[in-house]
Ligand binder design. Structure first.
Ligand code: UDP
Length: 245
């Protein structure tokens, strides 16, 4: 417990949502997990904060999540305007740090993406970390029967980590509704990360990431996202004038 306490996180708030600040999120999660405590992990960006603002169920889910990391540039810039300099932690990097740290007696399940993508992401990971134990693969376009079988599989195998790449807010609602199946697991909503690991999409070059411009590169790769990205200026306005709880 002492070790866990020494890695405590600081909690900040934006638009009534928590943001946990730390520098060793993967270690924090794995230490907690070794003590029998699972976790629901949310990777917060401006678009998600705006969605939570108009979706009370998502807001409540984020408020009760065990770990909410500052995934998006908008979140970092908001705190900078408030005089707090925080480090951005993209969800994909947190998931990578966790996967790199898993031992042979621990396991991971990949759930989400188009058919074939979770398998390709898993195969890429097994090259990177040959001792990684992948005990479940399920694409994200499941029929009710497939989903029931997958739930049974989760319950009987009790993986250490469950990665959900279903998009926001589907992945958050799914982990909330099913956490009871594996209460000791680390559940992480990872959005489009499987597409990147599988080589179907590219991450922005480091320069964009380091300058809070990953969203700009993403816009260039996926121009149809422009409408979704209007969330960023709307978020800035809303967050800076927010007075609710
Ligand atoms: N997806 C899925 N099931 C669905 C809808 C989407 O598995 O019913 C997957 C989709 O194939 C993609 C991921 O969810 O791999 C969402 O990626 P995106 O980059 O849109 O994530 P977000 O921006 O929501 O974090």
């Amino acid at each position: 417990m002492g070790e866990l306490q020494s890695r405590e996180l600081t909690t900040l708030s934006v638009m009534g949502l928590p943001v946990h600040i730390g520098d060793q999120y993967a270690d924090w999660l794995l230490l907690r997990q070794s003590q029998g405590l699972g976790a629901q992990v949310v990777t917060l960006n401006a678009e998600m904060a705006m969605l939570a603002d108009r979706t009370p169920e998502l807001k409540a889910m984020i408020q009760q999540a065990d770990l909410v990391i500052p995934d998006g540039a908008g979140i970092v810039l908001y705190f900078r305007l408030k005089g707090k300099r925080i480090q951005r932690c993209p969800g994909i990097e947190l998931a990578e740090a966790v996967l790199q740290s898993l031992r042979m007696d621990q396991s991971v399940v990949f759930f989400g993406g188009a058919p074939g993508v979770a398998a390709a992401a898993s195969a890429a990971w097994q090259q990177r970390n040959p001792q990684l134990q992948v005990t479940g693969l399920q694409h994200g376009f499941v029929t009710p029967d497939e989903e029931a079988a997958f739930q049974t599989h989760l319950q009987s195998t009790q993986p250490t980590v469950i990665l959900l790449a279903l998009g926001v807010p589907r992945q958050e609602f799914w982990m909330q509704a099913h956490q009871h199946l594996c209460p000791q697991a680390i559940w992480i909503g990872v959005g489009g990360s499987f597409d990147i690991w599988a080589g179907r999409k590219e991450r922005a070059p480091a320069w964009f990431c380091n300058n809070n411009l990953e969203w700009l590169y993403r816009l260039y790769q996926e121009p149809w996202r422009w409408r979704r990205m209007l969330a960023l200026p709307k978020f800035a306005l809303r967050a800076l004038t927010y007075s609710g709880s």
